[in-house]
Design a protein around this ligand. Structure first.
Ligand code: AMP
Length: 215
């Protein structure tokens, strides 16, 4: 099994790119740490109860909590698949955990692809972001609107805005990104795994650039 890590700030488009690529290729599996955690919070599992306050404050949840969820997904992935890992690792300690998880399950980290977007564009993007709570499809009120306002094209559910997409929390999430997650860019560059794609522009073009970069 192959693992491709998606790197980039919150709002850089990691989830959109991964979902697009996965929907076009059954061998690609999109695993989003944020979606796993939001699912656990919604279900009220012990992990979800523990994670909730961290997430609402824009802080990282404890490493062990999210690492266990990711390890389960890696262990149960088909051996001929490629996992698009979105949102994990988020710091150097998690990168070490992922190396160990991959080794233990015979998976190979084949690339870490950074979607590069300046902070000033991130704010605008996140403010307009809407998600389908049922099928997780992502939209943007200006850049990627659904056909019918406020309704998911895929499953017809009313779209929602994430609680942590408000300006104050976004500021905190960006600060966490720069201090804790950005060092991963150097880390994967030193390992010879880093590729960078420009995250400005149309979603289709970015997804295609990403697909080429991870090949
Ligand atoms: P995301 O959807 O990736 O922006 O994640 C939403 C929130 O979930 C983050 O702000 C964190 O609180 C939490 N989270 C997601 N992934 C991780 C991770 N790898 N480590 C710690 N917390 C995470």
């Amino acid at each position: 099994m192959n693992i491709v890590i998606l790197l980039g700030a919150p709002g850089s488009g990691k989830g959109t790119v991964a979902a697009r690529l996965a929907s076009a290729d059954p061998k690609l599996q999109h695993v989003s740490s944020g979606d796993l955690l939001r699912g656990a919070v919604a279900q009220g599992t012990p992990a979800g109860v523990e994670a909730k306050a961290f997430m609402e404050a824009g802080k990282l949840v404890p490493d062990g909590l999210i690492a266990r969820m990711i390890a389960d997904r890696v262990a149960s992935a088909p051996s001929d698949s490629t996992m698009l890992l979105d949102g994990f690792p988020r710091n150097l300690a998690q990168a070490d955990i992922l190396d160990k998880t991959a080794r233990e399950s015979g998976a190979k980290i084949s690339a870490a692809v950074l979607i590069d977007v300046p902070d000033e564009i991130i704010f605008d993007r996140i403010a307009g972001r809407r998600t389908c709570p049922k099928c997780k499809a992502g939209y943007h009120v200006k850049n990627l609107p659904p056909k019918k306002e406020g309704i998911c094209d895929v499953c017809g559910t009313a779209l929602v805005q994430r609680k942590d997409d408000n300006p104050e929390t976004v500021k905190d999430r960006l600060a966490v990104y720069h201090s804790q997650t950005e060092p991963l860019v150097k880390h994967y560059s030193a390992a010879g795994l880093l590729r960078t794609v420009d995250g400005n522009g149309a979603a289709d073009a970015i997804a295609e650039a990403f697909r080429m970069a991870m090949a």
